[in-house]
Design a protein around this ligand. Structure first.
Ligand code: SF4
Length: 425
């Protein structure tokens, strides 16, 4: 790998193609079907501490990013991760496994178990290199409920469970329109839709993602090109903001998961090692990644849940669903990115402390620049740093109309608290 490729901007990082950031190289580990073995947590913690800065981000696509590596330590980290089976043999295979999975599927009795469909799709994508021509960020998701978005994150092609053995496939940009399918047709259908997207992109290279293709020709045309009939299924579905799955989860008195939120999506190597130790001693073997920056541990006994949540609390991680830090999406800011002009994480921490205890908490996106890496799409409040101050945007993304301009970092928590109080009335 050349230095030029390491420094390339706009790179969608992976383990084998890291991205340069303000604090060094970022190495991304993409869990298979959103799940790691508990022992992988220890491997990742050790690699992050030895070869990077020790900081690890859980992304809004459910991937883990190790920060602060250099060209030499990156190669050393790859060796350890490769020996543990945590990385792919080549970049194309790594990039195509862009599949997000409902982290509560298969353990929450009210959700469909969609993991085998996700596994079959992963195998199909790895087997057919034609799909490796898809844009690096092109992705799929599988929801165990009728809500197409997993954790409120849209993907190019979304699969949602709408009835036993029946699924709705929808496209980004038109999630209310779906093709209704039996489970046996899901994998073949979502790969066919990706093939239609690729054909359209070849004839019109300005099409970058599925939502562009939908905007150009409409979703019905794309379904028809894939040989599918589409219908409006809005009544059965909801895009309401999902509450991050944090804390204890049970059904009819039977606990099935303990979930730990990472403050602003970040954990350090010592905290991760402590969670690994707690999970190991509780006899757990798996941990799932939520795109809402939550680690979900499947459990079946109260004592296992308590071991995880007690340790998480000792580590300062998030164990209660009303913790204000859960409502934030925050990019690394000036401590981790040369494009940022504010310390977004420091400012987000101060805002979270200020609004703690409010009954109404909106989604808040704190972005070090207009690129908006931490969240795709609108938030109730988006704070965009420009020249060391924040522009405040309501119900839109970083390029939306500015409601309040050039608020200093010292005053930003008061401005946000005022907004929250006014909108709670
Ligand atoms: S949003 Fe801007 S400042 Fe933040 S990580 Fe992305 S490029 Fe850097």
């Amino acid at each position: 790998m050349t230095t030029r490729s390491l420094l390339r901007k706009g790179w969608c990082p992976g383990a084998l193609r890291p991205m340069q950031s303000g604090d060094g190289l970022i190495l991304r580990v993409r869990p298979r079907v959103g799940t790691l073995h508990v022992s992988d947590l220890q491997t990742i913690a050790k690699v992050a501490a030895k070869f990077g800065s020790g900081e690890i981000d859980l992304t809004n696509r459910g991937n883990l990013q190790l920060r602060g590596l250099d060209a030499t330590s990156h190669v050393q980290a790859l060796t350890v991760l490769g020996e543990s089976g945590l990385i792919d043999a080549d970049e194309g295979a790594e990039a195509i496994r862009n599949i997000m999975v409902d982290p509560l599927s298969g353990i929450d009795p009210v959700r469909a178990d969609i993991r085998s469909l996700a596994q079959k799709l992963e195998a199909a994508l790895l087997a057919d290199r034609a799909f490796w021509e898809l844009p690096a960020k092109f992705g799929w998701s599988f929801s165990g409920t009728a809500t197409p978005r997993v954790g409120d994150r849209a993907t190019d092609i979304m699969v949602a469970s709408i009835a036993p053995e029946t699924y709705a496939v929808s496209l980004d940009g038109a999630s209310e329109v779906s093709a209704r399918l039996a489970s046996s047709r899901v994998v073949e259908t979502v790969t066919r839709l990706a093939a239609v997207f690729l054909e359209r992109r070849i004839s019109d290279p300005s099409i970058g993602r599925m939502k562009d293709a939908v905007a150009r020709s409409g979703s019905a045309t794309i379904y028809a090109a894939a040989g599918l009939e589409s219908e409006i299924l809005a009544a059965a579905r909801s895009d309401a903001v999902a509450v991050p799955p944090v804390g204890s989860h049970d059904h009819c008195g039977q606990v099935f998961a303990a979930s730990v939120g990472l403050p602003f999506g970040r954990i350090d190597a010592d905290q991760l090692e402590a969670l690994h130790a707690a999970a190991s001693s509780a006899g757990l073997d798996a941990v799932r990644m939520s795109p809402q920056r939550v680690l979900v541990f499947p459990v079946n006994r109260d004592a296992q849940r308590d071991q995880i949540l007690n340790e998480a609390e000792r580590q300062g991680l998030i164990t209660a669903p009303d913790d204000p830090r859960l409502f934030f999406d925050v990019c690394p800011g000036s401590r981790g990115c040369a494009n940022a002009t504010t310390d977004t994480r420091r400012d987000a921490r101060r805002i979270a402390d200020r609004v703690r205890g409010h009954a109404f908490l909106p989604s808040i996106h704190v972005s070090g620049c207009e690129k908006g890496c931490a969240r795709r799409g609108a938030a109730a409040l988006t704070l965009v740093a420009r020249d060391g101050r924040y522009d405040v945007i309501c119900n839109d993304g970083p390029t939306g109309a500015v409601a309040l301009a050039a608020v200093s970092p010292e005053n930003i928590e008061s401005a946000v608290a005022r907004f929250i109080i006014e909108h709670a009335r």
